[in-house]
Each structure stands twice: as C-alpha cells, then as structure tokens.
Design a binder for this molecule. Structure first.
Ligand code: ADP
Length: 205
C-alpha cells in the first residue's frame, strides 16, 4: 500500500513550519526534510563517516559532531566538493524520508520540504501544497524571526524557485498573507480534502 503524501513547500519565511504544525495538531505525521538532513549526518551515521573519510577528521567538532561551518567553507566555491557532498547526501535524505513515510500511521503524511522543486523531491509526493506570500512579506517575517538583514533574505529568495513558478506547479495553495488565525480554517478544509483523497487512494490499493 502506498501512502498518500502531501509535499508542503514555499519560500523562506512563507509559513511552512507554522502550517505544518497545524497539520500535526490534527494528528498528521510530518516528515521534515530539514530534520532528516541533520539525521543523516548525526554522530555515528554512515553519512558522517563518509564525510570524515573524504574531508578528514578536521571536519568534526571536538565533540565528534559535524562542524557545519567548516564543511560550508570546504565546499564554498569548490563545485566538485559540493557535488560530491550532494551526491552522497541527497539519496540518503530521500531514502530516509521514504522510510519515515512508510512507518507513519496517520491517514496521510505531510512532507515538509523547503526546496521541493529545486531538489526534485516533488517526484516523491502525491500532491503539492504551496504556502504563498509576497516577497516583501517573506523578507519582513524572516528578518524578524532570524534577526538577519534584508539583503541576506533577498539573496536566498533569488536562489529559490520564483513565486510564480511555485504557484504554477501547486495542486493546493495557502495564502498566508493574513493573520495566523486565518490559517486554522484553511488547514482544516485541506485536511478534510486530504482525508477523502487518501481514503480513495487506499481503497484502490
Ligand atoms: P518557514 O517555515 O516557511 O520559513 P515560518 O512558519 O517559520 O516559515 O514563518 C516565518 C515567520 O513568520 C515565523 O516567525 C512565523 O511565526 C511568522 N508567521 C507565519 N505566518 C504568519 C502570519 N500569517 N502572520 C504573521 N506572522 C506569521
């Protein structure tokens, strides 16, 4: 039986985490790409062992954890090293996400993936839900949340798929430009829809 999986995406600061938490409150299992990306390089993992074999143990903190700052330096402006790292980690992340999806017991699963389209992970999902806000709001909310400057957020936005491209590839869209309180209703309506769709999908298995 294959699970009904909703890919939840949107640009930085659009409200993915906020929306995902509302689905979690309804009892839906979340599979989060950012969390999985940390798990595959956790202390003792095959991913971290491969990174140490490639870059040497200087890539570790004194506690034996991955030193992300050092790794960033090592791949910064070294395209072949970045490629090597992506080729190592992307299949591991993909596989771990699929394993977590298969272990989930909720009627459907929300896969939270910031770079769903950019990393080709939309092929793993049954349906795509995009959280949408205007770039100016992405900037102001991210600046407030992360205490970073607007220029940094702007650079990140420009490195991601455009708002129009994401909207054009969405099956469902949540407009998160209003109050947070409005989200609850939108999430509830989508939840009903996904329960129906997953029920229909499961009945055909
Ligand atoms: P993402 O996970 O997509 O980066 P978050 O869910 O962390 O986005 O939301 C970005 C920031 O904006 C957070 O601080 C969050 O609390 C806030 N936020 C989310 N939705 C709204 C909203 N509708 N109105 C005001 N602030 C919001």
């Amino acid at each position: 039986m294959s699970k009904f999986v909703v890919g939840l995406t949107g640009g930085i600061g659009s409200g993915k985490t906020t929306v995902a938490n509302l689905f979690a409150e309804l009892g839906i299992t979340l599979v989060d790409a950012d969390i999985v990306a940390r798990e595959v390089v956790a202390k003792g993992s095959a991913g971290l062992n491969a990174i140490v074999a490639h870059f040497g143990s200087q890539i570790l903190t004194p506690e034996g954890e991955l030193d992300r700052g050092k790794l960033r330096q090592r791949i910064f402006s070294h395209d072949e090293e970045r490629l090597w790292l992506n080729q190592l980690l992307h299949p591991m992340i993909r596989q771990t996400m699929l394993t977590q999806v298969n272990q989930a017991t909720s009627p459907y699963v929300i896969m939270v993936v910031p770079l769903l389209f950019e990393n080709g992970l939309d092929s793993l999902v049954s349906r795509v839900l995009v959280v949408d806000i205007a770039p100016e709001l992405q900037i102001s909310r991210t600046v407030k949340r992360d205490k970073v400057d607007a220029a940094q957020v702007h650079t990140i936005i420009n490195s991601q798929w455009s708002r129009a491209a994401k909207l054009a590839s969405a099956d469902d869209i949540i407009d998160n430009q209003g109050e947070i309180s409005h989200l609850t209703q939108e999430v509830l309506a989508l939840h009903q829809r996904y329960l129906q769709l997953s029920g229909a999908a499961n009945a055909h298995d």
